[in-house]
Design a protein around this ligand. Structure first.
Ligand code: TRP
Ligand code: SF4
Length: 400
């Protein structure tokens, strides 16, 4: 049976923290047992916004890969590689750029959002506009079926699907297919035929799903159509030719409930993180001094766990028994905050123990990491080259 493939990438932002672990990595680690997985460092994507910070990418990429391995991404199960080491991504990006309408890129929500957010940087660049198209190339070049991403990335997957559909529509036709399909369209009668063409165009060119539904209804209602004609017209609606590129689906990763030390979302830019493989003393100190319910000023004041980020940590790290101890002790002022934090400290340290153990091995022997990455790049490249052969042939760029 054909095994569905999973692919995902992360921009190399440097050392990862608990938010990344509970939000993304834990999910990758689960998926690697269920599917063939490809995980890569999106270093070109980092350049779309950090083009003016040369020299930071390699170190960030290597640190990030060590964090993946430390967290439990297993190179014997998953293929780990670096985007820029598989230059076929760039070739596919270029070829796709020929048939990508500007308007599609301009209306991807992250385009305007990020430009407005990162005001200190000029993001009116060619590369930044093309960010989602490069991402589409990353996905399509492996014919990935499932892409685990957070909610903010769902529009990029949707965009990728539209690109795949457009590519297959333009380049995936078998000889004679169009003529046969057009003959079948005529059999609908002129009024229905015109309506069918209009809906088909709206679906294929603008990706309007309701146009597809309406066209299917129209075909179901067309009484005097033979079975063969009907099937052909169903196929013709969705491209109908050869599927050269595969439309992927998003595998939505649930937003991590991991708060930062101050109760805001854990993020490097807020300075409220606990890093993966941070040393035990620092972790202990950070949690001991982290924010609690602001109303609980004195030890004798009762508190409310719902207003305390420590409680959110308990929900991740503590069992039911400890959780009811917190609820009761906090509300009755029966326990102090330092006391309350101890099980969380223990939980985080315990979680990180095997990570620190694994990381030590890789930190001591950087060659080990290099070899894992080199091996992954080689495997990824083989897959990418297979797709590119088909892509070039479909477009008519094969000089062999
Ligand atoms: N844009 C993604 C992010 O910021 C990173 C990424 C690049 C990616 N290419 C990808 C994710 C392909 C999934 C698949 O998180
Ligand atoms: Fe927060 Fe625990 Fe202190 Fe209550 S006792 S305020 S839950 S740290």
């Amino acid at each position: 049976m054909y095994a569905e493939k999973v692919l995902s990438g992360m921009r190399p932002t440097g050392r990862l923290h608990l938010g990344h672990y509970h939000g993304v990595l834990a999910n990758w680690i689960k998926l690697q047992h269920e599917y063939p997985c490809l995980f890569f460092v999106a270093d070109w994507h980092a350049l779309t916004t950090n083009y003016d910070e040369p020299g930071t990418i390699t170190q960030n990429a290597m640190d990030m890969v060590i964090d993946w391995l430390a967290a439990g991404v297993d190179p014997s199960q998953a293929t780990i590689f670096i985007q820029s080491k598989v230059p076929e991504h760039a070739e596919l990006h270029l070829l796709l750029s020929m048939m990508t309408p500007l308007g599609w890129l301009e209306r991807v929500p992250t385009y305007k959002d990020q430009q407005e957010k990162l005001t200190h940087k000029d993001l009116t660049t060619y590369g930044f506009l093309g960010y989602p198209l490069l991402q589409a190339a990353d996905i399509l070049i492996y014919r990935a079926d499932k892409v685990p991403v957070g909610e903010d990335q769902v529009p990029h997957i949707e965009f990728t699907r539209e690109i795949a559909r457009r590519f297959n529509h333009l380049y995936g036709k078998e000889p004679g297919y169009e003529e046969k399909a057009r003959e079948s369209v005529k059999k609908l009668g002129s009024k229905r035929a015109r309506r069918y063409e209009e809906l088909r165009n709206r679906y294929q060119e603008k990706g309007e799903d309701d146009a597809l539904e309406q066209a299917k209804e129209l075909l179901n209602d067309a009484q005097n159509l033979s079975h063969g004609d009907r099937e052909r017209l169903f196929g013709y609606l969705e491209g109908g030719g050869k599927m050269i590129l595969v439309e992927p689906g998003a595998l939505l990763t649930h937003a991590s409930r991991m708060p930062g030390l101050d109760g805001q979302k854990m993020s490097k830019s807020y300075g409220n993180t606990i890093a993966l493989r941070e040393d035990a003393d620092t972790i202990t100190k950070k949690i001991r001094t982290m924010q609690t319910d602001p109303q609980r000023v004195r030890r004798t004041d009762p508190g409310d766990p719902e207003k305390c980020p420590v409680w959110e940590f308990h929900q991740i790290y503590s069992n039911d028994e400890v959780k009811s101890w917190v609820q009761e002790g906090c509300r009755s002022a029966g326990i102090g905050c330092i006391e309350c934090k101890q099980p969380v400290i223990d939980g985080v340290l315990k979680e990180q123990e095997p990570m620190r153990e694994r990381a030590r091995m890789y930190e001591e022997d950087p060659l080990l990491v290099k070899n894992i990455v080199a091996d992954g790049c080689e495997r990824a490249r083989k897959l990418a080259q297979e797709t590119m052969r088909d892509v070039r042939e479909a477009i008519g760029l094969d000089y062999s």
